[in-house]
Design a binder for this molecule. Sequence first.
Ligand code: KG4
Ligand code: ZN
Length: 351
Amino acid sequence: MNVLGLETSCDETAAGVVSEGRMLSNVIRTQVAIHAEFGGVVPELASRAHIRNVQPVVEAALAQAQMASSDLDGIAVTAGPGLAGGLLVGLSTAKGLAMALGIPLIGVNHMEGHLMSPFLMPEGGEGMQFPFIALLVSGGHTMLVQAHAFGRYEIMGQTRDDAVGEAFDKGARMMALPYPGGPSIAALAEGGDRGAYVFPRALMTRRDGLDFSYSGVKTSLRQFLRRHEVGTEDARRPDIAASYQEALVEALVNKSLKACHESGHRRLMVAGGVGANRRLREMLSERAGKVGIQVYFPPLDLCTDNGAMIAYAGARRLERGERSGWDLNADPRWGLTALSYKERAREAKNS
Ligand code: KG4
Ligand code: ZN
């Protein structure tokens, strides 16, 4: 089965083709440059860029897969969660294609897509199987998920305020570093001493469970910069960046290992933009290795938002006979645990 996946929920316009569970192409056009001057994603600009980019990206994904659209057996598209305007661009494109080609359409949950990325790893895919623990860390999410089986997910913990990517981005802005802040802070931290200063790790007692909180550490950085009058030329900046990053990362590592411990699962996968962080990879690999937990870090183009993960999740659903109707709509707040239409209806009624 050849499935094209479309992803337009945030600031990447992406498409990928998956055939029999293997990735044939993965084309991502990022809008980082468009949003950089605003220090964050501007929804209206994002929708416009998706409109401009979606067609060329689909064509590139088909070309890279050496396929014609007539070779496709289904179209998968992110239906949520995400920014409504962007989601609608993907949905209308996907519907148009599926209708014109006379093939089925399937709406995919963006977070389920992320959970599928380790299965697409060129080498690691074979070793990956359910059940596993997933750490989903991006500009919008910080979440620990227990994946029992395909379609059966349980959220073990999530952030109570800012996402960890936001803590990187806002911290970077306070330090006058360029957007996106994650890579900027990481780069500055390379030359710094991560033990130089101590920033708070929130919710670390046994009773706090597996939730995260990142607003306190952000405030603590702001106060530190003000109190110590840290200017843009200050020699302490690398140490500050390294210490701040250490606090953000350590909370992720502690809770991920705790989630593995509590669930008894020995496989842990990391997805989302923050998964690119070198220090996170280093600390998690080292500490997981000591307790016999295998960690899967998908390569960067599978870690961030992409179309191949949507194609993969969509293909698995199509194989099970699932279909979306032409009335498939964007669901900006679609939760990961309400994956079937029945569950979605129930969730909508209760909220
Ligand atoms: O998954 P993603 O590309 O987009 C969504 O938010 O959906 O994640 C973007 C986030 C941004 O907050 C960015 O600062 C962060 O991932 N990020 C990083 C690194 N690369 C990207 N954070 C820490 N270290 C990095 N190397
Ligand atoms: Zn994402």
